[in-house]
Design a protein around this ligand. Structure first.
Ligand SMILES: Nc1ncnc2c1ncn2[C@@H]1O[C@H](COP(=O)(O)OP(=O)(O)O)[C@@H](O)[C@H]1O
Ligand SMILES: [Mg+2]
Length: 543
């Protein structure tokens, strides 16, 4: 809400006056010198009228008089329409149009504070409209940037609070509904105390002002802590609110909550601003949700396409299990301990394969949020190497050397241990396959697992091998769909799942490979991630 006082702050308090007994010529000269269209007329200390260029045109020129011979008092308007400092721009606009005046002196208890023209008022109104448009443009631009959705909402709150002509306190938040339920969840805030963050973390429709805005789909305004403000706490400072529902079609997507000073008057233009932002946010939220659903649908469609391939893979595992069970049964019958060991190993290996497949399918098909903990990355990497070592030492192919290149100074790293374990398992098992598939059997094969704490605090995890490597054609397809060169032995899920888990950690997965020479897969994780980087993240972890 902009008042005359705000306008004078920008425009200045200068008022040019002329004495009532001065000649019109003197008045005109002053107007020309100062570049103004009107002067306040004073009789001593007293405001007695106002004289404008229009008075000169109508009352001197048209009447054939001369400005040097005429006194200001003869042509001035003596009924002066004045403004008060707390008038809004809209009040002024209405008054000036109604009374047909172009200039209004501003009086505060009889004291002359300044003068405003209709041009000043129009300019200020236009500039306010422009800021609304600028905020909406910024929101639209931000929505296209590659920042997490929670981050986008936080910036939206900050943008709303940054508009100078709105009388919001420097506090606000945005709530969104979860899964089409009647529950509002606070997704972004600025300036709220810990107390409010906890008390208002979740609100059912109907509760307090925000809940009412969601339930009624109507803006709720309160100039103070009235009965509707159900959430209270010790030490609550009196304040008011604008709570504006974010509605798309029939659906309530959330609520914008802004704080105003106790006793603040409801203002139409503030409402219009907030409604414009709410409408823009509704479009953006809906678009983001659809995008997310689309990614989900595409992923499911991709899974659908490869169900046949997966069924094939499961069949292979079943064969392996049946084989193992057969060997175990036979070993029991003939009481052969060695055979029993071999058969049991076959069963275990195939159970591992099934659980890995199920894990990958679940990770790939669902949006997940890493279950962060501070853990020892080297221990995770070591577990993976230990788990895979029997595969390379007991193979008929010959020995593949497993090299542990762990950074002893890496310390505790904040990540999802199960997720990162899975990534490493996928990369190491691909590296083993790459050595098996290498036509150059004479090569001394090795697989190296590296962990590093980068100088900037970021984490690097690398799996390199000197196996068969990949040509550019294969490299291009690695993450596009469920791509595999291993026929029924592969699912093509390993790398997409690994990439997805890495991205959900806010990191990136890169590949460097040369045919016949080998490949290097590098996971780079950002410095200790404290915030969720995922869009519309939901709990879950890689369980
Ligand atoms: N270390 C590697 N060396 C050579 N090729 C690799 C390596 N890792 C992955 N690939 C190629 O990428 C393909 C996809 O890998 P992945 O997604 O794990 O599925 P899968 O292992 O089931 O085939 C593999 O089939 C293989 O052609
Ligand atoms: Mg694989």
């Amino acid at each position: 809400m902009v008042t005359v006082k705000d306008l004078l702050k920008i425009k200045g308090h200068d008022v040019y006056t002329v004495a009532v007994d001065a000649t019109v010529f003197e008045a005109l000269k002053l107007m020309a010198d100062k570049g103004v269209g009107a002067l306040v007329v004073m009789a001593g200390e007293k405001l007695t009228g106002i004289i404008s260029e229009r008075d000169y045109a109508r009352k001197i020129i048209l009447k054939g008089k001369f400005s040097r011979d005429t006194l200001v008092r003869e042509i001035m308007a003596s009924k002066v329409i004045c403004a008060q400092p707390d008038y809004t721009l809209e009040d002024c606009m209405a008054l000036m149009t109604q009374r047909r005046v172009r200039h209004m002196p501003v009086l505060d208890s009889g004291r002359l504070l300044g003068i405003i023209s209709i041009g000043d008022v129009v300019k200020a109104i236009i500039s306010n409209r422009e800021t609304t448009q600028a905020v909406i443009n910024s929101l639209l631009r931000l929505s296209l940037e590659d920042i997490g959705f929670d981050q986008f909402l936080k910036r939206a709150v900050e943008l709303m609070l940054s508009v100078p002509w709105l009388a919001f306190e420097k506090q606000g938040s945005i709530f969104l509904t979860e899964n089409d339920s009647d529950l509002l969840v606070m997704k972004a805030q600025s300036g709220l105390s810990e107390n409010i963050k906890v008390k208002c973390a979740q609100l059912p429709f109907g509760r307090c002002l925000c809940g009412r805005a969601a339930m009624t789909r109507e803006l709720q305004f309160a100039s103070g802590l009235d009965d509707r403000h159900e959430i209270r706490y010790e030490g609550i400072v009196p304040h008011g609110h604008y709570c504006v529902p974010i509605v798309h079609g029939e659906k309530v997507l959330g609520v914008i909550n802004m704080y105003v000073r106790q006793g603040h008057k409801r203002d139409q233009r503030e409402e219009a601003f907030l409604s414009a932002v709410a409408n823009t946010l509704a479009g953006i939220i809906q678009r983001k949700r659809l995008e997310r659903e689309l990614v989900q649908t595409e992923r499911l469609a991709a899974i659908g396409q490869t169900v046949a391939g997966i069924a094939h893979c499961v069949k292979g595992i079943l064969f392996g299990l049946e084989g193992g069970v057969y060997v175990v049964n036979k070993a029991l019958r003939i009481d052969d301990k060695d055979k029993l060991y071999t058969g049991w190993n076959m069963v275990q290996r195939n159970i591992d394969k099934v659980s890995a497949l199920v894990f990958d399918l679940l990770s790939y098909s669902k949006e997940r949020l890493p279950d962060y903990e501070y853990c020892s990355l080297n221990e995770i990497a070591n577990e993976v190497v230990e788990l895979m070592e029997p595969r390379v030492t007991h193979s008929s192919f010959g020995k593949i050397e497993m090299i542990r290149d762990f950074d002893p100074k890496i310390g505790k790293v904040r990540l999802d241990p199960k997720g990162i374990h899975r990534c490493l398992l996928n990369l190491v098992s691909n590296a083993i396959d790459a050595c098996f598939y290498d036509p150059n059997e004479a090569k001394a094969h090795f697989i190296k697992v590296t962990t590093r704490r980068e100088p900037d605090g970021g984490i690097m995890i690398q799996v390199s091998d000197n196996g068969c490597g990949m040509d550019k054609g294969i490299q291009k397809q690695l993450f596009t769909g469920l791509f595999s060169t291993k026929g029924s032995k592969g699912t093509g899920l390993g790398l997409p799942v690994t990439q997805k888990i890495v991205q959900e950690h806010g990191g990136i997965l890169t590949v460097d490979s040369t045919p016949e020479k080998g490949s290097v897969f590098t996971i780079s994780l950002p410095v200790d991630q404290k915030e969720d980087k995922t869009i519309f993240s939901k709990g879950g972890g890689y369980k």
